[in-house]
Design a binder for this molecule. Structure first.
Ligand SMILES: [Zn+2]
Length: 149
């Protein structure tokens, strides 16, 4: 008998579901039900979190003031993925961008679409394009598309 090791390969799919929490549920419900983007403001330092955060990451206070933010913003950074996206089943190429929405204190990681990936630029103004059928998840924003295109 040979001493060589044998390996069996396969792939398992592990469905899961967990509660988004009070803050996450409020954020996702507003997105699903009204195509509205809301963040939370820290009363200590004034930073606005989008998606909404329960506590400030800077000064650790409860960020409990809800503020609506714009669904348009600026591309701060991006990368182009040319391999299949196994998590969301998106066909490559997929452009992932950090988008600073008007009124937000940080960037939101999301998909940039409706544009040739080679035409995406830092500083580009983009607007949320909503999924027709929304289910209470961040991909209820289908992607962010360049403004005016
Ligand atoms: Zn703070």
């Amino acid at each position: 008998m040979s001493g060589k090791k044998a390996f069996l390969e396969g792939r398992i799919k592990v469905p899961y579901k967990w509660y988004a929490g009070e803050t996450g549920s409020r954020f996702l419900s507003a997105l699903r039900d009204g195509c509205e983007l809301w963040g939370t403001r820290c009363p200590g330092c004034g930073r606005v979190y989008v998606p909404a955060a329960k506590n400030c990451w800077e000064c650790f206070r409860p960020a409990d003031e809800w503020v609506q933010v714009s669904d348009t913003g600026t591309v701060e950074s991006f990368t182009i993925a040319r391999r299949p996206d196994e998590m969301f089943g998106l066909a490559p190429p997929v452009v992932y961008g950090l988008i600073r929405l008007g009124g937000a204190g940080g960037s939101l990681l999301h998909i940039i679409g409706g544009v040739n990936p080679d035409d995406v630029r830092v500083g580009m103004q983009v607007k949320a394009v909503y999924a027709e059928k929304r289910s209470g998840r961040i991909l209820d924003i289908k992607y962010f598309a360049p403004l005016g295109e």
